[in-house]
Design a protein around this ligand. Sequence first.
Ligand SMILES: [Zn+2]
Length: 211
Amino acid sequence: MTSLEIVEQSDNRIVVKLRGIPLQYANALRRICLSGIPTFAIDDVVIIENSSVLADEGVAHRLAMLPLRTDLSRFVEPSACDCHSELGCSRCRVLLMLDSGSSDTTRTVTSQDLSSEDEVVKPVNPNVPIVALAPGQKLKVEAYARLGRGSEHAKWNSATIAVLTEGSSPDEHVLTVETVGSLTASEVVKTAVEELEKRLGEFQQTIAALS
Ligand SMILES: [Zn+2]
């Protein structure tokens, strides 16, 4: 009998007992939880003004590494979008703006200063420092986020931890997943199960086409 039982669950962490699932499939599921499902990350940054000490590339990199809350029901990956546009459309990208303005004091621009055009897709944590500004320095950028997968770049990783341990019997494995926060832990596992099913289906079709 094959079964999947939730042993422990919070928003960011889930422990699932897998029964009757061969090790190679359990491991495939683990890998997909880590880097095989889509999440949002900033992928394109237009620097309008940057008089901070951090180079433009540094700013872009810091923005890219921010985990963004992801809603998979309303968005698709650019490769699967009908718009076929390099710029993207409202179904495949989200614009986030950052305008520090100018100030007389030293301060730190954080992820909270990013305003998103979407209600859901925004930084998971509002307190991530991006750059410190001296009096008179400014940072103004337009950042475009899109769905991608950790297998392409680590900024799209959906989980920080996905480990498989032995269960109490030989046909039992325990999968522990901790997310970066873009998706909840249960969303990660559920989406990973669907992704594994899709990949196995595609593999089966490829094999069938050969014979
Ligand atoms: Zn599109």
